[in-house]
Design a protein around this ligand. Structure first.
Ligand code: APR
Length: 254
């Protein structure tokens, strides 16, 4: 359980959330750690095991699709296909239910926010649930892909790629535009489980702050936003912190 300082910060966060008019969340891999999906950086980070500038870069994928499927994509598929939303995802869905949160901007490709019940989710880096054929653009659900042959191929013979964004690729322009608009218009942004190292996603809290929004970070560790862009950091795991915030909010609403 938490010490007095943390309890007071949770109370402060609940008050700030209850008083805000337009709340947005920016989430990263950390919010899905308690669902069994490893983060990319830090403890058990995927990028500690494989080089992202190879296995998560579009140039290397196009030249070595089988290697990327075998070393990275197959593992991602099996981990994501077993993952369920955790208390942190459910907490953000509850905030939407309480009319306290409108949009989630996520860097994650696991679809867990939608599964938890959030209805307006901007998938900044796309979604891993779909594959797209490089030749004819046909799409198929990754669960339906025949992975006995690697790399998986479309019926037209073309190679399938995940519909998520690789390093070296643009963020879908519409996602970027809408995220920018929402970050500029919100008066509070919850920044949950991101190391805030990858642009342009990490710019969203700065845009929000510069537009006058309050920025609350939820993370076991400080990030480059802490102490500069963020008003305060709730230091801990997202599931436990979101549970405590929701309990406080239900107390305020009662
Ligand atoms: N609750 C909250 N935060 C957590 C938890 C947890 N249980 N566990 C870890 N974290 C935090 C870590 O402290 C870290 O700050 O989550 C963050 C995970 O950081 P990254 O792995 O870098 O994930 P993310 O910020 O989403 O990375 C951004 O980089 O490689 C690309 O495309 C990839 O979308 C990803 C992007």
């Amino acid at each position: 359980m938490y010490g007095d300082m943390m309890k007071n910060l949770i109370k402060k966060a609940a008050k700030d959330i209850a008083a805000a008019k337009r709340i947005t969340a920016l989430t990263g891999a950390g919010i899905s750690v308690e669902s069994g999906i490893p983060p990319f950086r830090g403890k058990n980070g995927l990028w500690e095991k494989i080089d992202p500038m190879k296995y998560a870069h579009i140039d290397y994928f196009l030249q070595n699709p089988a290697d990327v499927w075998n070393k990275f994509l197959k593992e991602m598929r099996s981990v994501i296909s077993q993952a369920q939303p955790n208390d942190a995802h459910r907490g953000l869905a509850k905030l939407e239910e309480m009319n306290l949160l409108q949009t989630v901007i996520t860097q994650n490709i696991d679809g867990l926010h939608q599964m938890a019940g959030n209805t307006d989710v901007i998938e900044f880096h796309g979604n891993f649930a779909w594959l797209r054929c490089l030749e004819c653009n046909a799409v198929c659900q990754i669960g339906d892909a025949d992975l006995s042959e690697i790399p998986p191929k479309c019926s037209c013979g073309g190679l399938y790629r995940p519909d998520s964004v690789f390093f070296g690729e643009m963020i879908p322009p519409l996602h970027l535009k809408r995220s920018h608009e929402i970050a500029s218009a919100c008066d509070l942004m919850l920044v949950v489980g991101t190391s805030a190292l990858v642009q342009p996603a990490a710019l969203m809290p700065v845009i929000a702050r510069n537009s006058g929004a309050k920025i609350i970070e939820i993370n076991p560790e400080a990030t480059p936003l802490t102490g500069s862009t963020s008003n305060y950091l709730l230091m801990g795991t997202a599931g436990e912190i979101m549970n405590n915030i929701i309990t406080e909010l239900e107390g305020i609403a009662a």
